[in-house]
Write a protein that binds this ligand. Structure first.
Ligand code: FES
Length: 115
C-alpha cells in the first residue's frame, strides 16, 4: 500500500498545497515504513515524512502498549525511536532517504527478539 496518492501529494492535507513556492523545488521520493510505502520530500526527517502521510504512531510502549511517536522533536526523549535499515535511531533527527527501510522498534528488542 502506498500512503501517498502521487509523488508530492499526500492524502491527509498536512503538506503545503501544490503550487506554493515553499515546496516547488523539492523532489519527492519514497521509503517503506513497516512494509508500507510512504512519500517523503527532500529535507524531511523520517518523522516529518511519516507525519505528513498521517502516521503518528511509530511504536508501542513495551510496558503499557501505549502509542509512541514524536514528543520533543529534537532528538532528546527517544519516544520516536525506529529501526532504519536495521539501525536503531531517533526518527525526528534522521534524514529521510530514498528506499530506506523503516521499522517500528521496541526498546526491549535485541536482534529481532522481543522480551
Ligand atoms: S521526538 Fe524526542 S527524540 Fe525524537
Amino acid at each position: 500500500m502506498n500512503r501517498s496518492t502521487a509523488p508530492g501529494k499526500h492524502d491527509d492535507g498536512l503538506r503545503v498545497p501544490d503550487g506554493s513556492t515553499a515546496n516547488d523545488s523539492r523532489g519527492c521520493f519514497s521509503f517503506s515504513f513497516n512494509g508500507e510505502f510512504v512519500t517523503a520530500m527532500e529535507g524531511d526527517t523520517v518523522a516529518a515524512a511519516l507525519w505528513a502521510c498521517g502516521i503518528k504512531v511509530f511504536r508501542q510502549s513495551p510496558r503499557t502498549g501505549a502509542p509512541r511517536g514524536v514528543f520533543c522533536a529534537m532528538g532528546v526523549c527517544q519516544e520516536c525511536v525506529v529501526r532504519v535499515n536495521g539501525r536503531v535511531c531517533t526518527s525526528c533527527n534522521t534524514p529521510a532517504e530514498p528506499g530506506m527501510d523503516v521499522q517500528s522498534f521496541s526498546l526491549y528488542q535485541v536482534d529481532g527478539a522481543s522480551t
